[in-house]
Design a protein around this ligand. Structure first.
Ligand code: ZN
Length: 71
């Protein structure tokens, strides 16, 4: 279910709200009933380049002096 996170700009309260697709309803803060809320992105869309293994021959050990960057 498309549950989005919101943050109230009036009182700073964080809350989750189920928002149906195709229905643009005004989200109100459950705490102060303010309409000045901001939708937060909880699950950002990361590119495929993120998450690859670190041991791909890169210079991760600072003790190796013969480790040159680039090339
Ligand atoms: Zn509020």
């Amino acid at each position: 279910m498309p549950i989005f996170e919101f943050s109230c700009k009036a009182c700073g309260k964080f809350f989750e709200k189920l928002q149906l697709v195709g229905r643009e309803e005004q989200i109100k803060c459950p705490d102060c009933s303010s309409e000045n809320v901001e939708k937060k992105i909880s699950a950002p869309f990361l590119p495929s380049s993120v998450g690859k293994p670190a041991d791909s021959g890169s210079c991760s050990t600072p003790q190796k002096s013969d480790c040159q960057t680039g090339g």
